[in-house]
Design a protein around this ligand. Sequence first.
Ligand code: HPA
Length: 264
Amino acid sequence: MKKAEIAIIGGTGFEKMFANTEKLHVGTPYGIPPPLFTGKIGEKNVVFLPRHGPEHSIPPHKVNYRANIYALHQLGVERIIAVNAVGAINKDFKPSDIVIPHDFVDFTKNRPATFYDEAPVIHIDVSQPYCPEIRETLIGCAEKLGLRLWNRAVLVCTEGPRFETPAEIEMFRRLGFDVVGMTGVPEVVLARELAMCYAVLCFVSNMAAGMQERLTPKEVYDISRRVQPKMEQILIETVKALAVERRGKCPCANALKDARLKQC
Ligand code: HPA
């Protein structure tokens, strides 16, 4: 099977940005992920995983995050760039803005969130949850394209599939969170558990609940269509700019070193 160096996990439709895409069906011990699309960006072999399935039929709380990340690991992927639509909690952020979070808070409730359910006991370090090398490259590429960009933000992940209440958003704002989404966790954690680099490129699709009259998925979809070309440009430039080999300056590749409580 062809090894892919880099994966992009995102919404439906991004596969069109690759040259000569091939569809790939894979299985994992955790279940079957959506069909993957392999292709090339520049010289790099890239795989695209549509998180919600090719027809966007899997809701955020039903995504099989473990199967998705494990499938990419099986293909030899070492670096993942994820794409998320988010609502803005921070009042300075506006729809269509690009956001590259540096930290997250987990408000999900009911998702298998680890590969390490049994002995040996593993505690993974997420002091720096997103790969600093990918973040730096994403930020550099977005800046070069002259886009409105927030290069630090705390992302809170909620369970969904409903949007939040105004009181929840007000609480999140008082706690210092900047953006809210439904799919960022446990994806980021599972990638680190398998020592893969992971960073997320977000776009603001709406002001969060209570900051605008009502929220609709149509609005999220319409903004996502509008920002898709610039998201694709950032992704293409970032994939091209990343070195073929990981430079080892991030905490990701060594995530399992010292993560085991003791020899069982
Ligand atoms: N809340 C949660 N997830 C989201 C939102 C939101 O306002 N917008 C896009 N994804």
